[in-house]
Design a binder for this molecule. Structure first.
Ligand code: SF4
Length: 436
């Protein structure tokens, strides 16, 4: 099997067949390519990509139609397990030969691993070292921490911020002493029950201190694995986190889970850094698909959540016998260029406020305004909370004759596309027309 790239496309080919995947599809392509040749048992199909289904069929790849994320993960894990784990071996070798000498790395004590991991959350390594040394000198064991007064613990935390971390540390220490007789629980499930310990910390403690092959996935690992596997999935989603957790777990070398966990952390902190990764000194460059495709700086994909604006809006139905007034929305706005029942953004939904805003906007003064109903329409970035009014025009001659305003009768309304945002308003108009 050969990999070839041009302008971000990915080509997979053997002696008889070849296929080019567009960049957005390289995730699937990578999954397919991970399998043994083109006749794999475990090619993965993402069901929301129907075109790929036919394409994969053309490659004689056995397709499994998968509708739930949970179905995909075991396949991915099998794929990864069948691989030689070349990159994880390189990672462990590199870590063992070349890691930074940090105080918490000189021991496998679960207490030390735990304290350091909690301190390192949202805090740089350089800032943590001094705090860690002072903390461990004063509270050298889980017993000493459990016996301490919370005020003193907080004092030793002062300056690190996020004080709930210190409170949870103290609570969890008491819990370990009371429930486990001072011995750290060794399983991920038990660790997860302790205050302040989430999946990442549990995985880190279990793998580093107890050699449990448990994945520890934080932002660094999401970035590294996204690049290693050239994943175009948005790392902000639960699906991607699960997928990367599965890949991380599948590649854990059973002999060295702790070095593997720490190796990923170290690589993410020093080499596979955000923005411009240092691929020239990376021990995984030979196995890194993003590097092969020259897309490492485009990954990981992080789609910011769009902030939704809640906007009140007054929508007017101006009737003139058997006609209703329409207005063409300005280009460059929501529904730009389409006809609407004219309206304005408002702060208050009183008719007085709305009438005044409408007059300021269009130089047309509504008269005898009556509230007819409410409607909500959700666009991607904005939610319109509409109050629908019917109104007369104080002076019909104020309506500009410039093509942006139109008196529409029933027939015209049937011909013109009115966006579904105005479905409720349209219903009111039709009711009125049916009474004429
Ligand atoms: S080769 Fe580059 S992108 Fe790939 S893992 Fe290494 S540093 Fe990251």
């Amino acid at each position: 099997m050969l990999w070839d790239t041009s302008e971000g496309d990915l080509e997979i080919k053997n002696a008889e067949k070849s296929f080019v995947f567009r960049p957005i599809e390289t995730t699937l392509a990578a999954c397919i390519a991970q399998t043994e040749g083109f006749s794999s048992d475990a090619a993965v199909l993402l069901t929301d990509s129907p075109s790929l289904s036919a394409e994969a069929a053309a490659l004689d790849i056995r397709i499994q139609s998968i509708s739930r994320t949970d179905d995909i993960l075991p396949l991915l894990m099998n794929d990864a397990r069948q691989e030689s784990n070349a990159w994880s071996r390189s990672l462990v070798r590199w870590y063992l030969a070349d890691h930074r000498d940090l105080p918490w790395r000189r021991t496998k004590s679960p207490y030390a691993v735990w304290v350091s991991e909690i301190m390192l959350q949202q805090t740089r390594v350089e800032a943590v070292v001094g705090y860690y040394n002072r903390f461990m000198t004063r509270f050298p064991s889980v017993q000493s921490l459990a016996e301490a007064d919370i005020e003193e613990v907080l004092k030793y935390w002062e300056g690190l911020g996020y004080y709930s971390r210190a409170r949870n540390l103290h609570k969890a220490a008491r819990c370990i002493v009371e429930k486990y007789d001072g011995r750290f629980p060794e399983t991920v499930d038990a660790l997860l029950k302790l205050p302040g310990i989430g999946a990442y910390t549990a995985g880190a403690i279990a793998s580093i201190a107890f050699d449990v092959p448990a994945p520890a996935v934080d932002g660094n690992v999401l970035r590294v694995l996204s690049r290693l596997y050239a994943l175009w999935d948005d790392i902000m989603t639960e699906y991607t986190r699960k997928r990367i957790t599965a890949l991380t777990e599948a590649n854990i070398p059973l002999q060295q889970p702790g070095a593997y966990t720490q190796g990923l952390m170290e690589l993410g902190a020093l080499v596979c850094i955000p923005g411009h990764p240092r691929c020239d000194v990376c021990p995984l460059s030979a196995d890194c698909k993003a590097h092969m495709l020259n897309i490492e700086e485009q990954l990981p994909v992080r789609i910011p959540k769009t902030k939704i604006r809640e906007q009140r809006r007054a929508v007017y139905l101006f009737f003139d016998e058997d006609k209703v007034l329409l207005h063409r929305r300005p280009e460059g706005t929501v529904l730009g260029g389409l006809f609407e029942f004219p309206g304005v953004d408002i702060d208050e939904c009183s008719s007085q406020d709305a009438d005044q805003r409408f007059f300021e906007e269009y130089d047309i003064r509504p008269d005898h305004t009556v509230r007819r109903g409410e409607a909500v329409h959700r666009f991607t970035h904005i939610h319109w909370h509409m109050t629908i009014f019917s109104s007369d025009l104080s002076d019909a001659s104020c309506v500009p004759e410039n093509g942006d305003w139109l008196w529409a009768d029933r027939e015209v309304l049937d011909r013109i596309m009115i966006p579904t945002a105005f479905k409720s308003a349209m219903k009111l108009v039709k009711q009125r027309f049916s009474c004429i």
